[in-house]
Design a protein around this ligand. Structure first.
Ligand code: MG
Length: 503
C-alpha cells in the first residue's frame, strides 16, 4: 500500500475496501461495455447482473465489522489530509445507507429502471402522458429521500449536497442570480451585432466518418494523450469512465452531419479523462482516487472543450484535418478561411435542446431545470403541469417555445434516473473553468501562446496536475479553491472570457 496512508486503522479499512473497489471497478467496466460493444439483446440480463452487484456492494459496505472500523477510525487524531478524506467519503456513504432504508433504496432502483424504458418510449412517441405517472412516483420518492436525509431550509438542500458536497439551494440561487443578467446582456449584445448569424452552413454538412476519426485522433495527439492508459470508442451518448489512473476510456459519436459535435465530445471527454489520469496513483483502489466533485469535473471538461477546443489558435492546428473531411468542407475553408470554422464552432442560437446549446444560452437551460426541480420537491407544481411550466420558462429565458415535449420537458434522461439536484453542477462547473484559465495565465503567461504549441499544452497539463488533478478526491470543491487559488468561487473570470469572445 502506498506510503501516503500510515494510520493503522485507516490502512486496515483500505485493505478491506479493496473488495468493494473491485466490485465498483468491474461494474464500471461492465457499464462501459454495455454502452459501447454489447449486443443489444444482452441489455436485460446485464441490467439484472449490475443490480445484484450493486446490492452486494451495499451489503459488504454495511457489514458490521467494516462500519465499526470506520466508526473507530473517526476517533483517531493526527490523520493527514488523505486519511481524513478517506474517512470523510466513507462516512458520507455510511450516512446515506443508514438514513435511507434498504426497502426504500430497492423501490427507488426498481422504479427508476422501469422508468428508463417508459421515458424512452414517451420521448419517441412525443407523449408526456406516458411518462407522467412514473415521473410522479419518482418525484414522491425524491421527496421522501430528502426527508430521510434531512435538511435545514429546503428539501432541495439534501439533494444538491449529494452531487456537490457543501452546496445548498441558497448557494445555487445566488449563483444563478449572479450570472442571469450579465449573461443576458452579453447574449443580447451579441445577437444584435451586425455580424450575428444564428445558423451555419456546416451544421447540416455531411462529412467522411473515416476522416473524422483521423481528425479526432489528431486532437488526442495535440493534447498528448497516452494510448497506453486511455482509449476512444463510440457510443450514442458520449461519456468518460474512470477505472483507475492507468485505465480511462472516453467515447464520442459520429452523427451524419455537423462534425463539430463529434469534435466537441472528444475534447470535452478528454478533459474529464485527464482529471482521472493525473490523479495520484498513490490513491489507486481507494475512495479518494479520481475526481472530487461533479463541479470540478465539469470545470475540467469545459476548460478543454470551450476555452481550448473552440479557440482559433487550437483550431489552426487542425486545419489539414478539417479540409480532409469532404470536398465541400475543403471549398468552404478555401473561401472562408479558418475564421469560418471558428464561427461554426461558436454559433450562438437560442434553441430547444440543452446538449446542443452554445456557451451563452446553455446556462438558461440549466436555470429552468433548477427552478422546476425546486418546485417539484416543494410540491408546488403538479406533474401534469410540467410541460407548460417548461415552455413558459423557455419563453421567458430564451424567447423560444419547443414545438413538442420531445424537444421540451422530455429531452433529458436525468429525472428517470432519479437524478434530481444534478443539473446545477453542469453550469457551475462551466463557470469555474474560467477561474482555472485566469490562474494559468497569471502563472504561465499568455493563453493563446500556450495552446499554440506542444510545449505550452504540456505546461497547462502539468499545471492542472499540480493544482487540481493530483489530489484526487482529497478536498471538496470549496476547500480545493481555497487551497490552490486562495479564492472563493467567482463567476467574474468566465464572464470576462465570454465578454471577450462574444463581442
Ligand atoms: Mg461532462
Amino acid at each position: 500500500m502506498s506510503k501516503v496512508f500510515t494510520n493503522p486503522k485507516v490502512k486496515e479499512i483500505l485493505d478491506k475496501y479493496k473488495t468493494l473497489w473491485s466490485l465498483y471497478y468491474l461494474s464500471g467496466l461492465s457499464h462501459w461495455d454495455l454502452e459501447t460493444y454489447m449486443p443489444e439483446d444482452g441489455a436485460k440480463v446485464r441490467g439484472e447482473a449490475l443490480a445484484k452487484v450493486s446490492s452486494l456492494s451495499q451489503e459488504i459496505f454495511l457489514d458490521k465489522k467494516f462500519t465499526q472500523l470506520i466508526k473507530d477510525a473517526n476517533k483517531e487524531a493526527n490523520l493527514n489530509d488523505q486519511e481524513k478524506s478517506v474517512l470523510r467519503l466513507l462516512n458520507r456513504s455510511l450516512d446515506y445507507y443508514e438514513k435511507l432504508p434498504a426497502e426504500f433504496l430497492e423501490e427507488m432502483s426498481k422504479v427508476t429502471s422501469e422508468a428508463n424504458v417508459i421515458w424512452r418510449n414517451a420521448k419517441e412517441n412525443n407523449s408526456f402522458k406516458e411518462f407522467e405517472e412514473i415521473l410522479g412516483k419518482i418525484i414522491d420518492l425524491t421527496k421522501r429521500k430528502a426527508d430521510y436525509l434531512g435538511y435545514e431550509n429546503h428539501p432541495y438542500d439534501a439533494l444538491i449536497d449529494l452531487y456537490e458536497e457543501g452546496w445548498t439551494t441558497n448557494d445555487v440561487e445566488s449563483y444563478f442570480d449572479s450570472i442571469r443578467e450579465p449573461l443576458k446582456e452579453i447574449l443580447d449584445k451579441h445577437m444584435k451585432s451586425d455580424e450575428y448569424v444564428g445558423t451555419h452552413k456546416l451544421e447540416s454538412e455531411p462529412y467522411s466518418k473515416e476522416k473524422m476519426e483521423e481528425f479526432n485522433q489528431k486532437v488526442l495527439e495535440l493534447v498528448q494523450y497516452d494510448p497506453k492508459r486511455m482509449r476512444l470508442d463510440i457510443s450514442s451518448h458520449p461519456f468518460t469512465i474512470d477505472l483507475d489512473p492507468t485505465d480511462v476510456r472516453i467515447t464520442t459519436r459520429y452523427p451524419d452531419n455537423n462534425f463539430a459535435s463529434s469534435y466537441a465530445s472528444v475534447v470535452h471527454e478528454f478533459g474529464h479523462a485527464l482529471y482521472a489520469l493525473q490523479s495520484s496513483e498513490d490513491f489507486s483502489m481507494t475512495p479518494i482516487s479520481g475526481g472530487t466533485s461533479l463541479v470540478i469535473h465539469e470545470s475540467q471538461s469545459r476548460f478543454w472543450e470551450n476555452i481550448v477546443g473552440r479557440s482559433k489558435v487550437f483550431l489552426s492546428q487542425l486545419e489539414d484535418k478539417v479540409v480532409a473531411l469532404s470536398p465541400e468542407i475543403k471549398t468552404y475553408v478555401e473561401e472562408q478561411g479558418l475564421e469560418g470554422i471558428h464561427n461554426y464552432l461558436n454559433i450562438v442560437s437560442p434553441g430547444f435542446i440543452r446538449v446542443e446549446a452554445d456557451e451563452l444560452t446553455y446556462h438558461f437551460h440549466i436555470m429552468l431545470r433548477f427552478e422546476i426541480e425546486k418546485k417539484m420537491v416543494e410540491g408546488s407544481v403538479k406533474v401534469s403541469e410540467l410541460p407548460d411550466l417548461w415552455n413558459q420558462y423557455m419563453k421567458e429565458y430564451l424567447g423560444v417555445t419547443p414545438p413538442n415535449d420531445t424537444k421540451g420537458v422530455l429531452q433529458d434522461v436525468h429525472w428517470c434516473h432519479g437524478s434530481i439536484g444534478y443539473f446545477p453542477t453542469y453550469s457551475i462547473g462551466t463557470f469555474l473553468s474560467g477561474m482555472w484559465q485566469t490562474a494559468i495565465q497569471e502563472e504561465l503567461g499568455n493563453f493563446d501562446d500556450l495552446i499554440s504549441n506542444a510545449e505550452g499544452i504540456k505546461k497547462i497539463k502539468n499545471w492542472l496536475k499540480e493544482n487540481v488533478h493530483q489530489y484526487g478526491s482529497t478536498y471538496t470543491m470549496k476547500d480545493l479553491l481555497k487551497k490552490v487559488l486562495d479564492r472563493e468561487f467567482d463567476v467574474e473570470d468566465n464572464l470576462e472570457y465570454l465578454r471577450g469572445k462574444f463581442k
